[in-house]
Design a protein around this ligand. Structure first.
Ligand code: ZN
Length: 285
C-alpha cells in the first residue's frame, strides 16, 4: 500500500512526465475515484499547463498555470503510469492526461480506493485534508522535543499515533512498523508513556526507514509489496510475523493495532515499560 516513499516516487515520475507541460486532453471515467465529480471538470484542464507537482504526506498536489490544482491520493492500489503512443492500453485506467506529444499519463487503480480531485489550488491548501495535515515526515521532520510533545498528548498506542496524519504526515502501516522495530519500541506502548530518549530513537528510525525505502524505488515503474507474489518483501519485520527477527532470531510476533496487523519482536521491542500504564488505563475504563 502506498505510503510516503511510494508517493514520493509518484511525485518524481509526474514531475518528469508532466512538469512544465501543457495538457492536450484530460478524460476521467465516472468511477469512485472522482467521487461524483463531473468528468467535465477534468476535460476543462485541456490547454492548461502543469507548473509543479508537490507531495504533502501521502497526498500529491499538482499546480496549474491557471491556479487550478489537482489533489490525488493513491489509496491502496493507485499509481500513475505513462504510456507512449503506440504502446498497449493500461488496465484499470481511471483518469488520463494526454500530453501534446501524444504520450498519456494514466491514473490506474484496480480497487478504486484512491481519489483524484480538482479545485482551485488555494482552496485545496486551506481545506481538508491538507488543512489538518501534520508536518511531513521527510521534508519537515519535527525535532525530538516537538515530536515528543505531539506524542505525549495522546493516550493511544504509539503505532496508531504515528499513523495519524494530523500528528505526522506520510507514515502508514509499513513505515510505522519498520520504524518502531528499528527504534526498539513496542508498537502497543502508550504514546504518553514514551521517554524523550525513546522518541529520539523513533525520530531517527523514521528517517532511516523512509530513506531506505525511497532508495529501493527507481526507474519509471513501481510494484507495491502486496501486489505480486514475485516481489520479495524487502522490509525488516513488516509482513513477516513468525519469521525470525533479523536482529535476535526470535520468531516475530504480530498483533492488531488500530485495525492493522503489526509485526514486532517481543525481545527487541519489550512491552514492559508501558505495561503498568496500560493496565491502569484499562481499569479506569
Ligand atoms: Zn529481536
Amino acid at each position: 500500500m502506498p505510503e510516503l516513499p511510494e508517493v514520493e516516487f509518484a511525485r518524481s515520475c509526474l514531475s518528469r512526465w508532466l512538469g512544465g507541460r501543457t495538457l492536450r486532453k484530460v478524460d476521467a471515467d465516472p468511477t469512485r475515484v472522482i467521487r461524483g465529480a463531473s468528468p467535465k471538470a477534468f476535460a476543462a484542464l485541456a490547454g492548461d499547463r502543469v507548473t509543479k507537482v508537490e507531495r504533502r504526506g501521502k497526498w500529491l498536489l499538482w499546480r496549474f498555470a491557471s491556479e487550478r490544482g489537482l489533489l490525488a491520493h493513491l489509496g491502496m492500489t493507485g499509481k500513475f503510469e505513462m504510456a507512449r503512443p503506440g504502446t498497449p492500453s493500461v488496465r484499470w485506467s481511471r483518469v488520463r492526461f494526454t500530453r501534446s506529444d501524444g504520450a498519456v499519463v494514466h491514473y490506474r487503480d484496480p480497487r478504486q480506493f484512491g481519489h483524484v480531485r480538482i479545485a482551485p489550488f488555494s482552496v485545496l491548501l486551506t481545506t481538508e485534508p491538507l488543512k489538518s495535515l501534520g508536518p511531513d515526515a521527510k521534508d519537515h521532520p519535527p525535532s525530538t522535543s516537538t515530536l515528543s510533545a505531539r506524542l505525549r498528548k495522546s493516550r493511544r498506542k504509539v503505532k496508531e499515533v504515528l499513523m495519524d496524519q494530523t500528528v505526522l504526515a506520510g507514515l502508514g502501516n509499513i513505515q510505522a512498523t519498520e520504524a518502531l522495530f528499528l527504534a526498539r519500541v513496542h508498537p502497543a506502548r502508550r504514546a504518553d508513556s514514551l521517554t524523550l530518549g525513546e522518541v529520539g530513537r523513533i525520530r531517527q528510525a523514521i528517517t532511516k526507514s523512509l530513506a531506505r525505502t525511497l532508495a529501493m524505488n527507481r526507474g519509471d515503474k513501481i510494484t507495491y509489496v502486496e501486489e505480486s507474489k514475485r516481489v520479495k518483501n524487502p522490509f525488516h519485520v513488516y509482513g513477516k510475523a513468525n519469521s525470525p527477527c533479523p536482529r535476535c532470531r526470535t520468531p516475530l510476533e504480530k498483533m492488531v493495532i488500530g485495525g492493522r496487523t503489526s509485526a514486532f519482536c517481543e525481545v527487541c521491542q519489550p512491552r514492559s515499560p508501558g505495561r503498568q500504564v496500560e493496565g491502569r488505563a484499562r481499569r479506569k475504563a
